[in-house]
Each structure stands twice: as C-alpha cells, then as structure tokens.
Design a protein. Structure first.
Length: 397
C-alpha cells in the first residue's frame, strides 16, 4: 500500500511544544485548537439535531490526527478525493474512508482493492464513487483479483449523479438505474446509494441562492432515486453537501449524510458567504502567522507570500487585532505580502509586528505545508500544544 513519504519533524518544531506563540517562526501554518473544538462541537450538535450523519472531507486538512479527532466528536468517517489520500488516512489509523471521486486507472484500482482489505481487517469500511459502467467493471476486476483464492472484503459503491457541478457524475435519471444494477452484479461490490454534491452551490453568496440551488439538487436526487427503487433496488443513503449549503441538505429530508469539511477551519472565502440563520456559527481556526520584514511610508511588507497560502479563492484577509488595527493584504509575489491600513486605521505596521492571515482557501493552503502548529489559549497569548503532521501533503494520485 503506497502513501506519501512523511516530512521529518525537525528538532526546532519538537522544541516548540509548550512554548509561547511568540516563539513560532514565520511564516507558519497555525491552527487554533480551541476554535477547532468549538467548531467540532457545533457541527456535532447540528447533526444530532437533524438526525443526520456527518462525514467530513479530509482533503481539507489532510491529517489523520485531525480525522481521528473528528471521528471522536461523532463523525462516521471521512471523505477523500484521491487514492493516495485514502492511503494516508488508513496508514494513520482511520478505517472508515469514502473516496468520493472516480478512480478508473487499473494501477490505482489495485491500490483501492488493497485498501478495502486493509480496512476490513480492522473492522472498517472503504467506499468509492462511480459514474460509468466501465468504471464499475474495472473496480470489480480489481477487487476480484485481490479476493482470488477465497472470500474477501466488499467495497461500498455510490453512484455519482451530476447535480449541477458539471464535473463527474451521470445525468439524473435512467443512467443511475443502469449503474446500480451493474454494481449489484458483482459480489465484491455493494450498492451503497447516491453521491450528490454540487460544489458550485457552496460559494453562492446569499442564503437564498444556495437554497434555490440545492432545491434543484434535491429534485434531481428524488427523480433518480425513484427510478432506481421502482426496480426493487433500495437506495439506502444519499450523501453530499458542503459547508456553504449543509443547512439546505440537512433540511431536505433526502440527504442522510453531510460531507462538509471546511467548517472546521473556515477560510476567508466561506466567511464571505451570507450566513444562513440556521447554520452554526463556525469560527476561523486556520491562520498563517507572518511578520513585518520591511516598512515604507504608506505600506509594510510581511514575509508570507503565495508560497505560504493558496490564492485560487482570492488573497488572504488580515485578522484585525488591537496591536495592528485593520489591514488589507495585497499581492507581493511568492515571498512577500503588501500590507496597507484599511478603514479608519492610519498606522502602518512597524518592523517585527506580527500579522495573522486568514487564507482564502484552506484546502490547497494546507497542502503547501508539512505541518500545522496547534495552539491553545489564543493566538496572542497562547502556547503551542502540538505539532500536527499533514500526512497527505502532495497526495495527488
């Protein structure tokens, strides 16, 4: 079973544990452990209230330690998007994993089959999504090859329906029926239900826009489920949803599982959404600690450029603190960030001032780092409690 080579934990990082936040060198990826616990508690309570399962996306944090924390808080397991991410989770002791994506390359499917048997040996379960007859048959071939010589693991298989994302998935309707029947033909495969995720709906800014978009998702799912069940095949679970739309899926009566993941860290892009009143109040928990390295008359420069955070969802926001006031972050290139006073703030940051950046998109930002530094007691006066390895950093296969 393959998984990415682990980045060695340096002595400098080891020595940070127990030290004040001020001792963290910059730039560094920092997580607020207290905010994480509050976010976990709010999500768990939301799921209990709506009697719905939650299976957060580990592609966001890429850490088996955080995945185990989520399971301890009530998650049934985690989602991933890549075979290598699944391998990293399983190697880290996470034994209920759903690859909510298509895998069709035979070499990767052999790894999937190995994983299915590895988690079965730990009384766990592996699941995967499909959207083609050929994909189902290749998966069955890989599982049968692994099972050769006797009985073996069974993998749960979800039929992915394109409910508006415009990426993978079959068209709502009869195509899903055909795939469900094909899955049931193979003893090593178990038809588990429908995958129905609309990524575009997550970032519609108003609550009404998201509600309307998920309304279409629900109709597509109901249509497909009705056709499948009309042929005597039960659809036991519909899984999907994200941080932007989870309120809508939870209230639909159709979804049985939520895949929201970014709620744990709450990046700047998700925070720009109008909050639905029914959604828990999730907090920012992921930051880039940076420091001012140069000062001009009207601007300052910090040491966190694009190599420390992803910019596909926009530049980071600067956390407003009394010491620095309101600041805006501007493009300074790979190694630098330009800081300018914002609003009524007139003061340009001074040399060595610390600034905390809220990344625009948490997932690819985490993937740039080998470790996250876990802080308790707050960003300004807290201490380093743990170093969290990003096990699946660079897990792209």
């Amino acid at each position: 079973m393959q998984h990415p080579t682990k980045t060695p934990l340096s002595d400098a990082l080891r020595r940070l544990v127990g030290r004040p936040v001020a001792d963290i060198d910059t730039p560094a990826l920092v997580v607020d452990l207290d905010a994480i616990q509050r976010n976990l508690g709010r999500m768990a309570e939301f799921a209990r209230k709506h009697n719905i399962r939650w299976r957060p996306h580990a592609k966001m944090h890429k850490s088996s330690a955080i995945a185990r924390l989520q399971i301890q808080a009530g998650a049934v397991g985690v989602c991933v998007q890549k075979t290598s991410e699944a391998e990293a989770m399983v190697a880290g002791g996470v034994h209920n994993v759903y690859i909510s994506n298509e895998v069709t390359a035979p070499a990767k499917l052999a790894r999937v089959a190995d994983l299915a048997h590895a988690v079965a040996a730990e009384n766990g379960q592996l699941a995967i999504a499909v959207d083609s007859l050929e994909g189902v048959r290749r998966l069955a071939d890989a599982m049968n090859e692994r099972r050769r010589g006797g009985a073996g693991a069974v993998i749960d298989v979800f039929v992915e329906v394109d409910v508006g994302g415009g990426r993978c998935g079959v068209t709502p309707g009869r195509a899903g029926v055909q795939l469900a029947h094909e899955i049931r033909r193979h003893p090593a495969l178990r038809f588990a239900g429908l995958q129905a995720y609309n990524g575009k709906a997550q970032h519609l800014r108003t609550a009404q826009e998201r509600h309307d978009a998920v309304g279409i998702v629900v109709q597509d799912v109901l249509f497909t489920r009705k056709l499948i069940e009309a042929e005597g095949v039960p659809v036991n679970l519909v899984t999907g949803a994200g941080t932007g739309s989870l309120v809508c899926e939870a209230a639909s009566g159709v979804f049985g599982e939520l895949q929201a993941g970014s709620f744990l860290f709450m990046d700047a892009d998700y925070a720009a959404n109008e909050r639905d009143p029914a959604q828990p109040q999730f907090e920012h928990a992921l930051f880039i600690k940076s420091q001012v390295m140069s000062c001009g008359v009207r601007h300052a420069v910090c040491d966190a450029g694009h190599k420390s955070h992803a910019i596909d969802s926009g530049l980071p926001r600067v956390l407003e603190l009394p010491a620095t006031g309101a600041l805006e972050y501007f493009n300074g290139g790979d190694e630098h960030g330009i800081l300018r006073p914002a609003g009524d703030n007139q003061r340009v940051p001074a040399l060595d001032d610390v600034v905390w950046l809220i990344p625009g998109h948490c997932d690819p930002t985490v993937n740039l780092h080998g470790f996250m530094i876990g802080v308790g007691g707050g960003l300004e006066h807290g201490k380093v409690e743990k170093i969290i390895r990003v096990d699946a950093r660079g897990a792209l296969t």
